[in-house]
Write a protein that binds this ligand. Structure first.
Ligand code: TPP
Ligand code: SF4
Ligand code: MG
Length: 278
Protein backbone atom coordinates (compact mmCIF):
# COMPACT_ATOMS: atom_id res chain seq x y z
CA UNK A 1 0.00 0.00 0.00
CA UNK A 2 1.42 3.44 -0.89
CA UNK A 3 1.72 5.70 2.14
CA UNK A 4 -1.13 8.17 2.67
CA UNK A 5 0.17 11.70 2.63
CA UNK A 6 -1.69 14.23 4.75
CA UNK A 7 -0.91 17.88 4.29
CA UNK A 8 -2.70 21.05 5.25
CA UNK A 9 -0.75 23.11 2.77
CA UNK A 10 -0.38 23.41 -0.96
CA UNK A 11 2.55 25.42 -2.41
CA UNK A 12 0.10 27.68 -4.24
CA UNK A 13 -2.04 28.41 -1.16
CA UNK A 14 -0.63 31.93 -0.72
CA UNK A 15 -1.84 32.86 -4.20
CA UNK A 16 -5.44 31.71 -3.77
CA UNK A 17 -8.18 33.62 -1.95
CA UNK A 18 -9.52 30.65 0.00
CA UNK A 19 -12.33 32.75 1.44
CA UNK A 20 -13.81 32.97 -2.08
CA UNK A 21 -14.13 29.19 -2.42
CA UNK A 22 -15.99 27.20 -3.57
CA UNK A 23 -15.41 28.58 -7.05
CA UNK A 24 -18.12 28.82 -9.70
CA UNK A 25 -16.47 26.60 -12.32
CA UNK A 26 -18.23 23.46 -13.57
CA UNK A 27 -16.68 19.98 -13.32
CA UNK A 28 -14.33 19.50 -16.29
CA UNK A 29 -13.90 23.22 -16.95
CA UNK A 30 -10.39 24.08 -18.16
CA UNK A 31 -10.00 27.51 -16.59
CA UNK A 32 -8.58 26.28 -13.28
CA UNK A 33 -5.74 24.48 -15.07
CA UNK A 34 -4.66 27.71 -16.72
CA UNK A 35 -5.00 29.70 -13.52
CA UNK A 36 -2.74 27.17 -11.86
CA UNK A 37 -0.12 27.67 -14.62
CA UNK A 38 -0.32 31.42 -14.04
CA UNK A 39 0.05 31.04 -10.27
CA UNK A 40 3.02 28.72 -10.68
CA UNK A 41 4.67 31.14 -13.11
CA UNK A 42 4.21 33.98 -10.60
CA UNK A 43 5.99 31.95 -7.94
CA UNK A 44 8.83 30.95 -10.26
CA UNK A 45 9.22 34.46 -11.70
CA UNK A 46 11.10 35.75 -8.68
CA UNK A 47 9.19 39.01 -9.12
CA UNK A 48 7.75 40.05 -5.73
CA UNK A 49 4.10 39.05 -5.49
CA UNK A 50 3.11 42.63 -4.67
CA UNK A 51 4.37 43.68 -8.12
CA UNK A 52 2.03 41.27 -9.94
CA UNK A 53 -1.42 42.53 -10.88
CA UNK A 54 -4.13 40.53 -12.63
CA UNK A 55 -6.89 42.22 -14.59
CA UNK A 56 -9.91 40.54 -16.10
CA UNK A 57 -13.17 41.38 -17.76
CA UNK A 58 -16.42 39.45 -17.29
CA UNK A 59 -17.05 35.75 -17.89
CA UNK A 60 -16.16 32.47 -16.24
CA UNK A 61 -12.52 33.08 -17.23
CA UNK A 62 -12.72 36.57 -15.79
CA UNK A 63 -13.44 35.12 -12.34
CA UNK A 64 -9.73 34.45 -12.01
CA UNK A 65 -9.20 38.03 -10.88
CA UNK A 66 -11.46 37.27 -7.92
CA UNK A 67 -9.71 34.05 -6.91
CA UNK A 68 -6.05 35.13 -7.13
CA UNK A 69 -4.61 36.51 -3.93
CA UNK A 70 -2.72 39.32 -5.64
CA UNK A 71 -3.79 42.84 -6.52
CA UNK A 72 -6.63 42.25 -8.93
CA UNK A 73 -9.17 44.16 -10.99
CA UNK A 74 -12.37 42.49 -12.11
CA UNK A 75 -13.41 45.12 -14.61
CA UNK A 76 -16.44 45.61 -16.84
CA UNK A 77 -17.03 43.34 -19.82
CA UNK A 78 -14.35 43.72 -22.50
CA UNK A 79 -12.45 46.45 -20.69
CA UNK A 80 -9.64 44.53 -19.02
CA UNK A 81 -7.05 45.73 -21.50
CA UNK A 82 -7.66 49.48 -21.12
CA UNK A 83 -7.59 49.09 -17.32
CA UNK A 84 -4.32 47.19 -17.65
CA UNK A 85 -2.87 49.82 -19.94
CA UNK A 86 -3.66 52.55 -17.40
CA UNK A 87 -2.08 50.56 -14.59
CA UNK A 88 1.07 49.89 -16.57
CA UNK A 89 1.50 53.47 -17.73
CA UNK A 90 0.93 54.85 -14.24
CA UNK A 91 3.30 52.38 -12.63
CA UNK A 92 5.68 50.73 -15.12
CA UNK A 93 7.22 48.62 -12.35
CA UNK A 94 4.08 46.48 -12.13
CA UNK A 95 3.83 43.17 -13.96
CA UNK A 96 0.34 43.53 -15.39
CA UNK A 97 -1.42 40.41 -16.72
CA UNK A 98 -4.83 40.36 -18.35
CA UNK A 99 -6.51 36.98 -17.80
CA UNK A 100 -9.84 36.66 -19.58
CA UNK A 101 -11.99 34.77 -22.06
CA UNK A 102 -12.29 34.66 -25.83
CA UNK A 103 -15.61 36.51 -25.78
CA UNK A 104 -14.46 39.18 -23.37
CA UNK A 105 -11.18 39.81 -25.21
CA UNK A 106 -12.11 39.27 -28.85
CA UNK A 107 -15.81 40.21 -29.07
CA UNK A 108 -16.87 43.12 -26.85
CA UNK A 109 -13.20 43.90 -26.11
CA UNK A 110 -11.92 43.19 -29.61
CA UNK A 111 -11.08 46.78 -30.44
CA UNK A 112 -9.02 47.19 -27.28
CA UNK A 113 -7.21 43.96 -28.04
CA UNK A 114 -6.02 44.90 -31.52
CA UNK A 115 -5.10 48.46 -30.60
CA UNK A 116 -3.14 47.39 -27.53
CA UNK A 117 -1.24 44.98 -29.78
CA UNK A 118 -0.69 47.73 -32.36
CA UNK A 119 0.67 50.04 -29.66
CA UNK A 120 2.69 47.17 -28.28
CA UNK A 121 1.67 48.03 -24.75
CA UNK A 122 3.72 46.11 -22.18
CA UNK A 123 0.92 43.95 -20.79
CA UNK A 124 0.73 40.16 -20.72
CA UNK A 125 -2.51 38.66 -22.01
CA UNK A 126 -3.66 35.11 -21.23
CA UNK A 127 -6.75 34.27 -23.27
CA UNK A 128 -8.85 31.26 -22.31
CA UNK A 129 -10.39 30.21 -25.61
CA UNK A 130 -13.26 27.81 -24.93
CA UNK A 131 -14.93 28.66 -28.26
CA UNK A 132 -18.04 30.20 -26.72
CA UNK A 133 -19.61 32.51 -24.15
CA UNK A 134 -19.58 29.97 -21.34
CA UNK A 135 -20.95 32.08 -18.52
CA UNK A 136 -24.10 33.19 -20.31
CA UNK A 137 -25.12 29.79 -21.65
CA UNK A 138 -23.03 28.68 -24.60
CA UNK A 139 -23.71 31.31 -27.25
CA UNK A 140 -21.42 31.38 -30.28
CA UNK A 141 -18.75 34.07 -30.31
CA UNK A 142 -15.85 35.23 -32.48
CA UNK A 143 -13.75 32.10 -31.89
CA UNK A 144 -16.51 29.49 -32.33
CA UNK A 145 -15.34 27.24 -35.17
CA UNK A 146 -17.28 27.32 -38.40
CA UNK A 147 -20.07 24.73 -38.27
CA UNK A 148 -19.84 24.16 -34.52
CA UNK A 149 -23.11 24.47 -32.66
CA UNK A 150 -24.06 26.85 -29.89
CA UNK A 151 -27.29 27.87 -28.22
CA UNK A 152 -27.55 30.77 -30.70
CA UNK A 153 -26.57 28.58 -33.67
CA UNK A 154 -28.36 25.23 -33.18
CA UNK A 155 -27.78 24.27 -36.84
CA UNK A 156 -24.11 25.23 -36.81
CA UNK A 157 -22.15 28.46 -36.74
CA UNK A 158 -22.40 30.11 -40.17
CA UNK A 159 -19.52 32.51 -39.42
CA UNK A 160 -15.80 32.00 -39.77
CA UNK A 161 -13.92 32.47 -36.51
CA UNK A 162 -11.02 34.77 -35.77
CA UNK A 163 -7.64 33.18 -36.03
CA UNK A 164 -6.37 34.97 -32.93
CA UNK A 165 -2.60 34.43 -33.40
CA UNK A 166 -2.80 35.65 -36.98
CA UNK A 167 -4.94 38.64 -36.03
CA UNK A 168 -2.56 39.72 -33.29
CA UNK A 169 0.52 39.10 -35.39
CA UNK A 170 -0.89 41.46 -38.01
CA UNK A 171 -1.81 43.98 -35.31
CA UNK A 172 1.76 44.03 -33.96
CA UNK A 173 2.10 41.91 -30.79
CA UNK A 174 5.64 41.05 -29.74
CA UNK A 175 5.02 37.50 -28.59
CA UNK A 176 2.23 35.07 -29.51
CA UNK A 177 1.69 31.44 -28.70
CA UNK A 178 -1.09 28.90 -28.46
CA UNK A 179 -1.40 25.93 -26.15
CA UNK A 180 -4.22 23.84 -24.71
CA UNK A 181 -5.07 22.61 -21.23
CA UNK A 182 -3.09 19.44 -21.89
CA UNK A 183 0.04 21.61 -22.36
CA UNK A 184 0.42 22.53 -18.72
CA UNK A 185 4.20 22.70 -18.68
CA UNK A 186 4.41 24.69 -21.92
CA UNK A 187 1.73 27.12 -20.78
CA UNK A 188 3.46 27.76 -17.46
CA UNK A 189 6.87 28.14 -19.14
CA UNK A 190 5.43 30.51 -21.72
CA UNK A 191 3.73 32.70 -19.12
CA UNK A 192 7.03 32.80 -17.27
CA UNK A 193 8.79 33.78 -20.48
CA UNK A 194 6.37 36.62 -21.21
CA UNK A 195 7.20 38.20 -17.83
CA UNK A 196 10.67 38.91 -19.24
CA UNK A 197 9.56 39.70 -22.78
CA UNK A 198 8.80 43.43 -23.13
CA UNK A 199 5.80 44.59 -25.12
CA UNK A 200 2.40 43.12 -25.82
CA UNK A 201 2.35 39.36 -25.37
CA UNK A 202 -0.56 37.04 -26.04
CA UNK A 203 -0.97 33.42 -25.00
CA UNK A 204 -4.09 31.67 -26.25
CA UNK A 205 -4.98 28.53 -24.30
CA UNK A 206 -7.70 26.26 -25.68
CA UNK A 207 -9.83 24.99 -22.83
CA UNK A 208 -12.83 22.71 -22.42
CA UNK A 209 -16.18 24.22 -21.52
CA UNK A 210 -18.26 21.04 -21.22
CA UNK A 211 -21.38 22.86 -20.08
CA UNK A 212 -21.40 25.45 -22.84
CA UNK A 213 -19.49 24.36 -25.92
CA UNK A 214 -19.25 20.64 -25.15
CA UNK A 215 -22.95 20.09 -24.55
CA UNK A 216 -23.90 21.57 -27.93
CA UNK A 217 -21.20 19.69 -29.81
CA UNK A 218 -21.46 16.11 -28.59
CA UNK A 219 -18.34 16.38 -26.47
CA UNK A 220 -19.29 14.40 -23.41
CA UNK A 221 -17.07 16.06 -20.82
CA UNK A 222 -13.89 17.99 -20.23
CA UNK A 223 -11.77 14.89 -20.51
CA UNK A 224 -13.15 14.07 -23.96
CA UNK A 225 -12.23 17.54 -25.22
CA UNK A 226 -8.74 17.06 -23.76
CA UNK A 227 -8.55 13.76 -25.69
CA UNK A 228 -9.45 15.68 -28.83
CA UNK A 229 -6.54 18.06 -28.19
CA UNK A 230 -4.21 15.14 -27.60
CA UNK A 231 -5.19 13.53 -30.88
CA UNK A 232 -5.21 16.67 -33.02
CA UNK A 233 -2.51 18.97 -31.67
CA UNK A 234 0.61 19.39 -33.76
CA UNK A 235 3.55 21.51 -32.67
CA UNK A 236 4.32 24.11 -35.30
CA UNK A 237 8.06 24.51 -35.11
CA UNK A 238 8.77 27.09 -37.77
CA UNK A 239 6.77 29.82 -36.09
CA UNK A 240 4.67 30.58 -39.16
CA UNK A 241 1.31 32.22 -38.47
CA UNK A 242 -0.36 31.59 -41.82
CA UNK A 243 -4.10 31.99 -41.50
CA UNK A 244 -5.13 28.78 -43.15
CA UNK A 245 -2.93 26.68 -40.92
CA UNK A 246 -3.85 28.20 -37.58
CA UNK A 247 -7.58 28.40 -38.12
CA UNK A 248 -9.33 25.91 -35.86
CA UNK A 249 -11.79 23.49 -37.44
CA UNK A 250 -13.09 21.00 -34.92
CA UNK A 251 -15.50 19.35 -37.34
CA UNK A 252 -12.94 17.52 -39.39
CA UNK A 253 -9.83 15.58 -38.72
CA UNK A 254 -7.64 18.66 -39.12
CA UNK A 255 -4.63 19.44 -36.95
CA UNK A 256 -4.76 22.04 -34.24
CA UNK A 257 -1.45 23.85 -34.43
CA UNK A 258 0.14 24.85 -31.15
CA UNK A 259 3.45 26.45 -30.31
CA UNK A 260 5.11 29.82 -30.34
CA UNK A 261 4.24 31.71 -33.49
CA UNK A 262 5.71 35.18 -32.98
CA UNK A 263 8.76 36.22 -30.98
CA UNK A 264 10.04 39.68 -31.85
CA UNK A 265 11.34 42.79 -30.17
CA UNK A 266 9.45 45.82 -31.37
CA UNK A 267 9.85 48.75 -29.01
CA UNK A 268 7.05 48.75 -26.41
CA UNK A 269 4.71 51.68 -25.98
CA UNK A 270 6.28 54.23 -23.65
CA UNK A 271 4.90 57.72 -24.31
CA UNK A 272 6.69 59.34 -21.38
CA UNK A 273 10.04 58.53 -22.96
CA UNK A 274 9.26 60.10 -26.31
CA UNK A 275 10.66 63.47 -27.17
CA UNK A 276 8.24 66.19 -28.18
CA UNK A 277 8.05 66.71 -31.91
CA UNK A 278 9.65 70.10 -32.61
C1 TPP B 1 -21.85 44.92 -21.24
C2 TPP B 1 -22.16 43.48 -21.04
N1 TPP B 1 -22.67 42.77 -22.06
C3 TPP B 1 -22.95 41.45 -21.90
C4 TPP B 1 -22.71 40.84 -20.71
C5 TPP B 1 -23.06 39.38 -20.54
N2 TPP B 1 -21.88 38.53 -20.54
C6 TPP B 1 -21.31 38.14 -19.38
S1 TPP B 1 -20.01 37.10 -19.61
C7 TPP B 1 -20.24 37.14 -21.30
C8 TPP B 1 -19.41 36.33 -22.24
C9 TPP B 1 -18.13 35.86 -21.66
O1 TPP B 1 -17.52 35.01 -22.59
P1 TPP B 1 -16.00 34.68 -22.47
O2 TPP B 1 -15.20 35.92 -22.31
O3 TPP B 1 -15.63 33.81 -23.60
O4 TPP B 1 -15.88 33.95 -21.06
P2 TPP B 1 -16.23 32.45 -20.62
O5 TPP B 1 -17.46 32.58 -19.78
O6 TPP B 1 -16.46 31.64 -21.85
O7 TPP B 1 -15.02 32.03 -19.86
C10 TPP B 1 -21.30 37.98 -21.65
C11 TPP B 1 -21.76 38.21 -23.04
C12 TPP B 1 -22.16 41.61 -19.67
N3 TPP B 1 -21.84 41.08 -18.48
N4 TPP B 1 -21.89 42.93 -19.86
S1 SF4 C 1 -19.84 27.38 -18.26
FE1 SF4 C 1 -18.02 26.58 -19.29
S2 SF4 C 1 -16.40 28.13 -18.96
FE2 SF4 C 1 -18.06 28.50 -17.47
S3 SF4 C 1 -17.43 27.39 -15.63
FE3 SF4 C 1 -18.80 26.05 -16.78
S4 SF4 C 1 -17.41 24.80 -18.05
FE4 SF4 C 1 -16.23 26.57 -17.34
MG1 MG D 1 -15.32 31.80 -23.67
Amino acid sequence: MPPTIHTDHHPLDPLIRADRLPHIWCPGCGIGIIMRCYAQAIIESGIPIEKHVVVSGIGCSGRVAGYMNIDSYHTTHGRGIPFALGLKLANPELMVTVFSGDGDLAAIGGNHLIHAARRNVDVKVICVNNFNYGMTGGQVGPTTPYGARGTTAPYGNPELPFNLPYLLAAAGANYISRWTTIHVRQTKEDILHTFTHPGFTFIEVLAPCPIGFGKSNNIADGLEEMELYRERCVLLRDGDVRAEELGIDLREDKPIYVGNFVDRERTPYAPVQMEAVK
